[in-house]
Design a protein. Structure first.
Length: 115
């Protein structure tokens, strides 16, 4: 059993610290501006945003790192270009700590609204 005095509570970790520590092990690649690396990760769990990219944000876990896997990426590819761009940009406006695309590099800079 842990005593309270021995357990260190961490309120957040910066995205920069997470990226620096895990970029090689997880083969992470920064595809956007490094300015976002100052964001805070406040929840240790990840979120798969399938419902959000389908347009349902009522219970969206925006404090978690978002992981786009094969299912999310395949769904986005089936959307018309304008809708795909809109859904991706909506996700980026939610002020999530970070987004991981696996496998692959994720959406084009034009779809992200950054290029």
């Amino acid at each position: 059993m842990f005593s309270k005095s021995k357990v260190k509570k961490v309120d957040f970790v910066t995205l920069s610290k997470f990226y620096g520590k895990y970029k090689e092990a997880l083969q992470l690649e920064l595809i956007n501006s490094p300015a976002g690396l100052t964001r805070h990760i406040c929840e240790p769990a990840l979120n798969r945003p399938g419902l959000a990219i389908a347009g349902f944000y009522s219970y969206f876990a925006n404090k978690r790192i978002q992981v786009f896997g094969s299912a999310e990426l395949a769904y986005l590819q089936k959307l018309p270009e304008g809708m795909r761009k809109s859904r991706i940009q909506r996700m980026f406006r939610c002020e999530v700590p970070g987004i991981v695309f696996f496998p692959g590099p994720g959406p084009s800079p034009g779809d992200r609204g950054t290029g």
